[in-house]
Ligand binder design. Structure first.
Ligand code: SAH
Ligand code: SF4
Ligand code: F3S
Length: 478
């Protein structure tokens, strides 16, 4: 294609800036020229990364469906293929580049195919420049702050054959009421805030997602009430640091604890939230969690390391002792709460002693699950420039030792439910056996059990018969 071009490449330097600019809230407006534009055409979205990206993909789906496009499962049938990307680690990025290369072949059978790349990777200068220069079969590229313009990009790329590369470095307004086409009909994501101001030294998210901006509580509660009316049973509140919710409001004092308490009072059956930051998780929030009700007894609280020296270099702003103190308080408020975490091994300067401190913490904190990663240097972040003398094989070996310990903790955490009766929100059937139903307990444990398909979407009582490392097996209690 493509004679005309529209290019705007982002800058990591610009993305670092945190202005005093106040957040504006505007409502999404659907451009009438997009009406029926996609009728008879099909799309597929491939999503990488965190729940924030899953939620964004549901909004992109919503916009495309509003234009008349329908979703397909096969790339070969699509007229629009979007790849929603994650920039958190290098190896994930390499996979995405491979994926984009692979998509080129579909242009031979469908010359009108539109290929788009979006999400966090285009927020990196080097990625967008590479797409511009080396991936000429990519028709559109846009970043996390440009998502509401998706319809326009597709329109321009299709009608005017314009190659659209537009990535804003800085966040703009909060756009409410973007059409959303959700993947699930009983569980929903609800963004409560965007961006991150923590600047952990290893992390690229503050650059790809902009500064912290909170949605207004009335918009969030309105969305949750609509979801309840539509039959949704479970909502997961999303933010990179949900405990910072409301800190940017200048006209009112309303925090995450207030929001959680207000949601507790609704008819929603289950509420979860992610991600919490150990420094910002406050007593008020833990006290609200202690009121129980629809607030689920599970907390994902990324610790990253058990060494105070490493935590400091990561700019996490808490010590191992402070972290454990918070857990202890939380456990008095929510007895039996399940705690999971994220851990990075091989951070620059991590010694065997530092790593041992992490292992000790995993034992002390009694984590029931952890996502574990080897440090990946991200260009533009401070830690990418820290001297790193640890051999990659040592890092791999640490990851393996850590994972062994995490598995022990997970099995321990699961065993405590043997012979107990738990409530499970049934999500569907097992991938390997359609006679087996699967779902999650209040503590966020995966359960497999035999049962009738009629239970899908319901919350049912299940007696746990056996605990495994990564799931529970049970029998439905009629
Ligand atoms: N906002 C969340 C999640 C951020 S990304 C939080 O603060 O925890 C999810 C996880 O990816 C992080 O918790 C961290 O463990 C990991 N991660 C982030 N940057 C990384 C990097 N450069 N290398 C390896 N792991 C990283
Ligand atoms: Fe990244 Fe830290 Fe923000 Fe989490 S809190 S997104 S790890 S900078
Ligand atoms: Fe990845 Fe962006 Fe989420 S970098 S983890 S998709 S915020």
């Amino acid at each position: 294609m493509i004679e005309q071009k529209k290019y705007s490449v982002p800058s990591i330097q610009e993305a670092r800036k945190r202005g005093r600019k106040e957040t504006n809230y505007v409502s999404y407006e659907f451009d009438p020229k997009l009406e029926n534009f996609g009728v008879g055409k099909k799309y597929i979205i491939k999503t990488y990364g965190c729940q924030g990206n899953l939620a964004d993909s549901e909004k992109m789906s919503g916009i495309l469906q509003r234009m008349g496009y329908t979703e397909v499962q096969e790339e070969s049938e699509a007229d629009v293929i979007l790849v929603n990307t994650c920039a958190i680690r290098e190896n994930a990025e390499q996979r995405v580049f491979g994926e984009i290369g692979r998509l080129k072949k579909y242009k031979q059978t469908n010359p009108h195919l539109i290929i788009g790349i979006c999400g966090c990777m285009p927020q990196e200068e080097k990625v967008t420049s590479k797409i511009r220069d080396d991936f000429s079969h990519v028709d559109i590229a846009f970043g996390t702050h440009n998502l509401p313009n998706l319809g326009e990009y597709i329109y321009q790329a299709t009608t005017n054959m314009t190659r659209m590369i537009e990535v804003f470095s800085e966040e703009g307004d909060i756009i409410e009421n973007i059409p959303t086409y959700r993947d699930h009909n009983r569980k929903a994501w609800v963004n409560i805030m965007y961006g991150c101001d923590e600047f952990c030294t290893y992390c690229i998210v503050p650059y790809t997602r902009g500064k912290e901006r909170s949605r207004r509580p009335d918009s969030i509660l309105e969305e949750i009430k609509e979801l309840i009316n539509e039959g949704y049973a479970e909502v997961t509140l999303l933010g990179q640091n949900v405990n910072a919710y409301g800190k940017d409001f200048t006209d009112m004092d309303y925090t995450f604890a207030n929001l959680l308490d207000d949601i507790r009072k609704t008819d929603l059956k289950r509420v979860r939230f992610t991600t919490s930051h150990p420094r910002d998780l406050d007593k008020a929030t833990m006290d609200v969690m202690g009121k129980g009700g629809n607030i689920m007894p599970h907390l994902h609280l990324p610790v990253q390391s058990g060494s105070n020296h490493i935590l400091k270099r990561m700019n996490r702003k808490y010590t191992k002792e402070e972290y454990l103190e918070k857990l202890a308080y939380l456990r008095t408020k929510v007895p039996g709460i399940s705690i999971t975490t994220d851990i990075i091994v091989g951070f620059p300067g991590e010694t065997e002693e530092d790593f041992q401190a992490t292992l000790d913490l995993v034992r002390e904190a009694k984590f029931e699950g952890a996502f574990t990663f080897i440090f990946s240097p991200r260009e533009g972040t401070p830690a990418a420039r820290y001297p790193d003398e640890t051999d990659p094989s040592v890092k791999s070996e640490r990851l393996q030792r850590l994972n062994e310990l995490v598995t022990v903790g997970s099995l321990e955490g699961n065993k405590r439910f043997e012979n107990e009766i738990v409530e499970v929100l049934v999500e569907g059937t097992s991938k390997t056996d359609s006679a087996i139903l699967t779902g999650y307990t209040a503590h966020n444990k995966l359960v497999n059990f035999k049962g009738d398909l009629k239970y899908i979407g319901e919350i049912v009582k299940v007696k746990i018969t056996k605990a495994y490392s990564w799931h529970l097996a049970g029998e439905i209690v009629e």
